[in-house]
Design a protein around this ligand. Structure first.
Ligand SMILES: [Zn+2]
Length: 415
């Protein structure tokens, strides 16, 4: 039993007033979370989903609109019989600066509610950036984007997707081995630099949150996401509708499960880890793709796979190791969906049905029969969307943190 529930029931006008405020806030938050997850829905659908009466819904929508959190317009479906319902969409007014530092580049996104990436900027690094360099890059990029952000958008916070272990307690990076970051207080540094609150999480944890909300995992509470990036393989797990974090926030490191006994020594010190055997660098090299053009990898690898024995041998070996990692995940967590992102999405595509067959043959029949393999639907922006989610969370749980009249102020600001 939690502390709040253990307290005796409060009584009196003050307590009731507080309860009404709480109820109102809860309703506003639930409505906004629904609109956010769907990006847009009719007022009739919102009324049905919330199970509240029409006038309460009308008042909730008017409140959210006055805070410029939603935009209300005519329904798209004009063919429906009867009075057309209003369409409620997320507003682009409130945005998050989402950041994904990697070995080869730092990617920054301006992300609005509804998982809408309004802008994506990639800043290349010649060598792995330090935490300070990433903060400096982010500061400079945000300053450069200021004319674009202008008065039309308000930055509510920053979210960082880190390829490494991030402490759930304070958002500091415990270890990002490939970036060579140890105990870096990245959220405090970004927050100081931008003057907004900041959050951080493991990159693949951001990825799984984005896929469950907006991508290949929508509608499922048991999803594993595997992200293949420049600095290795990250894993994010949503089990029974909750992000698996573990004691300190370090859970889900599928990249460091064993796929080959006595194999290559991993950056973590162990031998035969998934991310030591399956690497983007090996694929780039054999496909003849420069690290500065990773987006070319898919086409060139597919070409090489069709034409060249050496490419096929390497890709097939990586697919075997991917299959072993998948077996571990499927047996361990009985997921409904395993989403492959980054270069693992390319391997999954090349592996196709063969990978599926390998998985069915190797994993236990129960969970193997219940899982489907999907490629990330959100593509490379999914880490940014998930990172933004960290900073949108307080707003979604209590929309009243945004003052009323935000919308009116913007309209009168116009010249
Ligand atoms: Zn390892």
């Amino acid at each position: 039993m939690d502390a709040a529930r253990a307290m005796p029931a409060a009584s009196g006008a003050l307590a009731q007033g507080k309860n009404l405020d709480d109820l109102r806030r809860n309703n506003l938050g639930s409505a906004l979370a629904l609109i956010h997850a769907r990006r847009s829905l009719s007022r009739a659908d919102l009324t049905r989903a919330m199970g509240l009466n029409r006038s309460t819904i009308a008042s909730i929508v008017a409140d959210l609109e006055a805070r410029d959190l939603v935009v209300v317009g005519e329904a798209r479906d004009t063919k429906r019989i009867g009075r057309p319902s209003l369409e409620i969409s997320t507003s682009d007014r409130h945005v998050v600066i989402a950041v994904n530092p990697e070995l080869d580049a730092t990617t920054l996104g301006i992300v609005a509610m509804g998982g809408r990436v309004l802008r994506e900027v990639r800043f290349e690094h010649e060598r792995p950036p330090t935490a300070r360099e990433v903060v400096n890059v982010v500061t400079a990029l945000v300053a450069g984007l200021q004319p674009e952000l202008g008065q039309a958008h308000e930055i509510v916070g920053a979210g960082v997707a880190v390829p490494g272990l991030v402490s759930a307690a304070d958002g500091s990076v415990r270890l990002a081995a490939h970036l060579e970051w140890v105990d870096e207080p990245i959220t405090a540094m970004i927050s100081d630099a931008l003057g907004v609150p900041a959050w951080a999480a493991n990159d693949a944890s951001c990825g799984v949150v984005a896929e469950v909300l907006f991508g290949a995992g929508v509608g499922s509470g048991n999803v594993a996401y595997l992200n293949g990036g420049a600095s290795g393989i990250g894993g994010g797990i949503v089990a029974e509708s909750r992000l698996l974090q573990g004691r300190g926030g370090f859970g889900g490191e599928i990249g460091h499960t064993l796929v080959r006994s006595g194999g290559t020594i991993c950056r973590c010190g162990a031998a035969g880890c998934f991310e030591a055997e399956v690497t983007r660098d090996a694929l780039l090299e054999i496909a003849g793709v420069g690290v500065e053009n990773p987006h070319e990898l898919e086409a060139l690898l597919a070409q090489g796979y069709a034409d060249r024995d050496d490419v096929r041998a390497l890709v097939d070996l990586q697919i075997v190791h991917l299959g072993i990692a998948l077996r571990t995940i499927v047996n361990l967590m009985n997921p409904e969906v395993v989403v492959l992102g980054g270069f693992l999405g390319i391997l999954g595509q090349l592996g196709g049905e063969r990978l599926e067959r390998m998985l069915r043959a190797a994993a236990l029949p129960g969970p193997a029969g219940q899982v489907r393999l999907e490629r990330s639907q959100l593509g490379r922006v999914n880490l940014l969307i998930g990172a933004a989610e960290l900073a949108f969370r307080p707003l979604l749980s209590d929309p009243t943190v945004v003052p009323l009249g935000t919308r009116r102020a913007r309209l009168t600001d116009r010249p």
